[in-house]
Write a protein that binds this ligand. Structure first.
Ligand code: NDP
Length: 288
């Protein structure tokens, strides 16, 4: 499988399609899913400290026998570790946990707390060669403008946000395009949202191209220039989700899917108290 790449603002070429591992348990399931994905041609894996499965991702990469420089590995720093010294320590721990010499991309997972200190640690780790590219996640236009001054020396390469045909992030995409920041999609399949999968337009296009609805959604997002990494624990879906590079939606079809936008997602990073509730939901130091 030939996966296209997108050029990031720091010059690195990122595979525009990959595999996400949120909510895959670290009981061997992550190892199995990532191993399947790599066997099926995926070359980009998206994990995070707060997914508790970095170790299994690292082991699957190592056991795949694929050269390290052929796989793009992303992880993310959790809010609890944003203080400068903690962030530095976490980066070293992550590399050790994953058995890697460097990460291709490391993100500030959530836009709350000591984001400026965390960014300083990421910039230093990048200079030290521990991380190739650095970016952010869940930044709305409001949160981007709040933190923008922290990024004055190094601009994030990506902003990873909720994105799918129901939530196309139009104002954010305009702002990110102006700033030279590429959009990465989380929930590219709307986390399996049944309404989305039953959209008559998407079903019609699936029939026309001999594809399934998931493939139409992912192809639309790819043609929009958004980086995607759908998650699945089922080998048949891992396989079919990647089969989107042998057809092209027309510009009228792209416009029709653009019209499905509801302008609203499952998660609102601007809502009051989100940082606190995320901290309660994901305690990355519970077992320290
Ligand atoms: P996705 O939109 O990728 O959806 C995953 C869900 O859809 C799973 O329940 C999966 O079920 C199902 N699914 C997968 N393929 C198909 C298909 N072809 N047809 C029907 N259903 C399907 O959601 P994610 O939240 O996992 O987002 C993708 C990745 O983005 C994450 O894994 C993670 O890496 C990242 N992410 C980042 C966040 C952030 O804050 N930065 C937040 C959330 C996610 P099954 O496994 O049973 O096949």
């Amino acid at each position: 499988m030939q996966i296209p790449t997108f050029k990031l603002n720091d010059g690195h070429d990122i595979p525009s399609f990959g595999f996400g591992v949120f909510q895959i348990p670290a009981d061997g399931s992550t190892y199995k899913a990532v191993s399947s994905a790599l066997k099926l041609g995926y070359r980009h894996i998206d994990t995070a400290e707060a997914y508790f499965n970095e170790q299994e991702v690292g082991k699957a990469i190592k056991d795949s026998g694929i050269d390290r420089d052929q796989i793009w590995v992303t992880s993310k720093l959790w809010i609890q570790d944003y203080a400068y010294e903690d962030a530095k320590k976490t980066i070293d721990n992550t590399l050790q946990k994953m058995g890697l010499d460097y990460l291709d991309l490391y993100l500030i997972h959530q836009p709350y707390g000591k984001v400026d200190e965390a960014w300083r640690a990421l910039v230093e780790a990048q200079k030290a060669g521990k991380i190739r590219s650095i970016g952010v996640s869940n930044m709305t236009p409001k949160l981007w403008n709040k933190w923008k001054s922290a990024f004055k020396d190094v601009t994030p390469v990506v902003n990873q946000v909720e994105y799918n045909p129901y939530f196309q992030q139009k104002p954010l995409r305009q702002l990110m395009a102006k700033e030279g920041v590429t959009l990465e999609a989380w929930a590219p399949l709307g986390e399996g949202n049944a309404d989305l999968f039953n959209e008559p337009l998407l079903k019609r296009l699936a029939d026309k191209y001999g594809k399934n609805v998931g493939q139409i959604i992912l192809r639309f997002e790819h043609q929009e220039g958004v980086i995607i990494f759908p998650k699945s624990v089922h080998e048949s879906r891992i396989k079919s989700n990647a089969e989107i590079f042998d057809f092209e939606l027309t510009s009228d079809e792209m416009d029709a899917i653009r019209a499905l936008d509801k302008g609203k997602g499952m998660h609102d990073p601007d809502a009051p108290g989100v940082g606190e509730s995320l901290l309660k939901a994901f305690d990355v130091h519970a077992n320290d």
